[in-house]
Design a protein around this ligand. Structure first.
Ligand code: PEP
Ligand code: MG
Length: 325
């Protein structure tokens, strides 16, 4: 089975009815690029840049970050690399207290996390943006912003990016002027009011790990409620379907980069919702590609529409099993 999958590495990722599906890799460190390429990724859909803090007590300098981002984009040899700005202040054991100091809080999942922390720590954010922009002259980089929920946060973020660009121009430092900026959709408010994202940004990436946590009020790291953490809850599926359909209507690219994008049992469900871009752990890419190559998007759309009417995740799972058999 492994060797059969390996043979799919160079196969085209398209469905039986000829729809091309982009398969990208999630990475955490520059050293993961080899795995991404080995898995046959067409690009990096999510580079979790906060992992640059791993195993160190301080903030990586602009040059250290620049080196890391350049290594990734050069390593991907012309393929696009989506760099997510720091998602600090939450669960990852990355010593963010060294940056955030006294800002550490009692309920970090609902606190000063991700873009909220970056906007509050403008020096840290400018350093990161400059490093990413400088690396953008070496390949195709896109900027992805975590945990946005409000229009004014998007506008503030875009203004911060403009500031970083202006300082680089002042130093005659080249960068990609047309760099695309996108948002993680991982807060229910963002999925429901997705229009305000679509009007301001170039692309969306749905972070289902957090979207499920916040929709169902289930701490994603709490074992005691893990059995309630269900990607097939109808509310979660409604948010996914709404986000994907809304983006498609205005021709804004949308991908899913949460764990469920890498589950081949859910591939047909997502194809039926209209998803055309997936980003996942590199080890999952070939299994998902195999499922894609055996699927028909036109057939799946009406089946999935019916499936979205079920109230019980168990029923939906049953139907999916049939669909996958
Ligand atoms: C997500 O929330 O789905 C996601 C991809 O980001 P992270 O797991 O890093 O929070
Ligand atoms: Mg997230």
């Amino acid at each position: 089975e492994r060797t059969k999958l390996r043979r799919l590495k160079t196969a085209k990722s398209s469905t039986l009815d000829g729809v091309d599906i982009a398969l990208h890799a999630n990475i955490e460190l520059p050293g993961d690029v080899a795995n991404a390429l080995d898995g046959g990724a067409e690009g990096v859909g999510l580079f979790r840049s906060e992992f640059l803090f791993l195993d160190r007590g301080d903030m990586p300098t602009e040059d250290e970050q620049f080196e890391a981002y350049r290594t990734v984009v050069k390593g991907m040899i012309g393929r696009p690399v989506t760099i997510r700005t720091f998602d600090l202040g939450y669960d990852k054991d990355l010593h963010p207290e060294k940056v955030a100091g006294e800002r550490m809080q009692s309920n970090p999942a609902l606190g000063l996390r991700a873009i909220r922390l970056s906007l509050a720590e403008s020096k840290m954010f400018q350093t990161q943006l400059r490093a990413i922009l400088r690396a953008s002259q070496f390949g195709k980089i896109k900027l992805l912003i975590p945990m946005l929920s409000q229009a004014h946060e998007i506008d503030q973020t875009l203004a911060a990016i403009e500031r970083a660009k202006a300082t680089l121009r002042g130093e005659n430092c080249p960068f990609d002027e047309a760099i695309e900026v996108g948002a993680m959709i991982e807060i229910p408010a963002a999925a429901l009011a997705v229009g305000l994202f679509l009007r301001r940004l170039h692309f969306l990436s749905i972070g289902t790990n957090d979207l499920i946590q916040y929709t169902l009020a289930i701490d994603r790291s709490d074992e005691q409620v893990a059995h309630l953490y269900d990607p097939l809850h109808p509310a979660v599926l409604m948010l996914l379907a709404h986000t994907i359909a809304s983006a498609e209507k205005v021709h804004i690219p949308v991908s899913i980069c949460g764990e469920l994008a890498g589950d081949p049992q859910l591939t047909r469900l997502l194809l039926g919702m209209g998803l055309r871009q997936f980003s996942m752990h590199p080890a999952q890419i070939l299994s998902v590609k195999q499922r894609i190559m055996q699927s028909n998007c036109a057939e799946l759309a009406p089946i999935v529409r019916r499936l979205l009417r079920y109230e019980e995740p168990g029923k939906i799972r049953e139907q999916l099993d049939k669909l996958n058999a």
